[in-house]
Design a protein around this ligand. Structure first.
Ligand code: NAI
Ligand code: SF4
Length: 421
């Protein structure tokens, strides 16, 4: 497949505006501003079928339509660059290697929705990305793509980078907005959604980095062209970060709907030392795992939901036959316990319970009853206030359901069977 999202990343100095312009950069912005009305842009994005790449897959055109229809002022356009999910490192490639694609996508989105100010909320642990983005923004101001009366039109847009301080919860859009306002990053109740009441309670569009990098392509080549790539229900190119026990870990751009088996065994080279595949987390650290028999699934939102898991950020984490599922699930729930903001009881207490029970089992001190308690706590966590708590138990609960024998072996042996001695 022709590289679309990663078309620029292998070029020398791909992060500079000279290289971006040489490759046709900012021509989509020019086309939008000079040849299209804001409504035309929204319609084109709707026609493309683009769905959000942050994890939830909400239709981007619809989000923009809602924001455009809200006439409160000023409006804000925020890029969620707080990529904090373990094993998710796809947005980083765009931020560091093609920052102008992101800026151009934001400008087109801001024009379509009537936003005057923009923020890139950047993960605190991406200091190199911060320097690159700030330099790219300065370059865009110099060339007249940012600021007052862009390209001689009456569209004006100012853009700033805001660094997070290391809290995973600030990737949740309402916690992100609270943090941007200078408060402690805790989620707000939804609705109202940010498109109507976001930053400073004004209409605010929040889009993920990868989502925005798709936008110049859609405007340049048309929504119809875009809608024919990959899965009909959720089209377009998709970045899949692959990690764990594969021969060639990395970020792969493939059409949405590429089978998981093909990604692991063809693109990522198969399992290290030609061992057997044991299990895969197909959609980030909060997805339910799939066994080796379940990987003939197209990697798109509806197919993975049908398979009982989720596409999420599209991050694929692979375990082989030498890996302990109990230990892997324990590591993930330890992460979520640490990152739970503590605002609501099911998540704050649930993640802590799961860590304590899982540690006990991993150390060989668990009981069979513990497995029922894990599933019961997980069910309660479904009632958490935000997505973090609602999904945090997935890796643990799915491990118990699909690898019960491995848990029982820990309990029977009184130790981890993957550890010698
Ligand atoms: P959500 O379904 O609540 O919202 C998705 C988006 O659609 C939001 O921007 C929301 O404002 C908008 N939206 C939904 N219904 C709307 C309506 N009726 N009107 C206007 N706007 C509406 O999901 P959420 O909690 O924002 O995201 C959850 C996902 O985030 C999970 O699937 C997970 O995979 C992903 N995630 C990604 C991470 C990463 O590092 N990329 C980290 C953690 C989670
Ligand atoms: Fe905070 Fe977790 Fe509740 Fe979300 S689910 S509000 S992260 S405690």
């Amino acid at each position: 497949m022709e590289k679309l999202l990663l078309r620029n990343v292998d070029k020398e100095n791909s992060h500079t505006i000279e290289v971006y312009l040489k490759g046709g950069g900012y021509s989509a912005l020019r086309k939008a501003l000079k040849e299209m009305s804001p409504d035309d842009v929204v319609e084109e994005v709707k026609l493309s079928g683009l769905r959000g790449r942050g994890g939830a897959g909400f239709p981007t055109g619809m989000k923009w339509e809602f924001a455009a229809a809200d006439l409160k002022e000023p409006k804000f356009f925020v890029c969620n660059a707080d990529e904090g999910e373990p094993c998710t490192f796809k947005d980083r490639v765009i931020i560091e290697k093609d920052p102008h694609a992101l800026i151009e996508g934001m400008l087109i989105g801001a024009y379509a929705t009537g936003c005057r100010y923009g923020y890139i909320y950047l993960r605190g642990e991406y200091p190199i990305g911060k320097k690159i983005l700030e330099r790219a923004i300065a370059e865009a101001y110099e060339k007249g793509f940012l600021g007052e009366n862009i390209l001689g039109t009456d569209f004006s847009f100012d853009l700033y980078v805001h660094s997070g301080a290391g809290a995973y919860i600030c990737g949740e859009e309402t916690a992100l907005i609270e943090s941007l306002e200078g408060k402690r990053g805790e989620p707000r109740i939804k609705p109202p959604f940010p498109v109507n009441a976001g930053y400073l309670w004004k209409p605010t569009v929040v889009n993920n980095v990868e989502t925005l990098a798709n936008v110049p392509l859609i405007i340049e080549r048309g929504g119809k062209w875009y809608s024919q790539i990959g899965s009909p229900d959720c089209p377009g190119p998709k970045l899949f970060p692959v990690s764990g026990k594969v021969k060639r870990p990395g970020v792969y751009e493939l059409p949405m709907g590429t089978p998981l088996r093909e990604i692991i065994f063809e693109h990522a080279g198969g399992i290290v030392k030609d061992r057997k595949l044991k299990a895969v987390f197909p959609g980030g650290a909060s997805s339910s795992l799939l066994t080796a028999d379940e990987i003939d699934v197209p990697m798109d939102f509806p197919s993975l939901a049908k398979a009982g898991t989720m596409l999420g950020s599209g991050a694929i984490m692979v375990l082989d036959e030498t890996d302990c599922v109990v230990k892997a699930a324990l590591r993930l729930i330890e992460f979520f316990r640490h990152e739970s903001c503590g605002k609501c009881t099911p998540c704050r207490e649930g993640t802590d319970w799961l860590v304590r029970i899982m540690r006990r089992i991993e150390e060989g001190l668990g009981t069979e009853e513990d497995l029922d308690t894990i599933l019961s706590v997980s069910e309660t966590m479904e009632n958490s206030f935000c997505g973090l708590g609602m999904a945090a138990h997935n890796p643990v609960a799915s491990s118990v359901r699909k690898f019960r024998d491995e848990f029982l072996e820990h309990i029977k042996l009184g130790r981890c069977p993957f550890r010698s001695g």
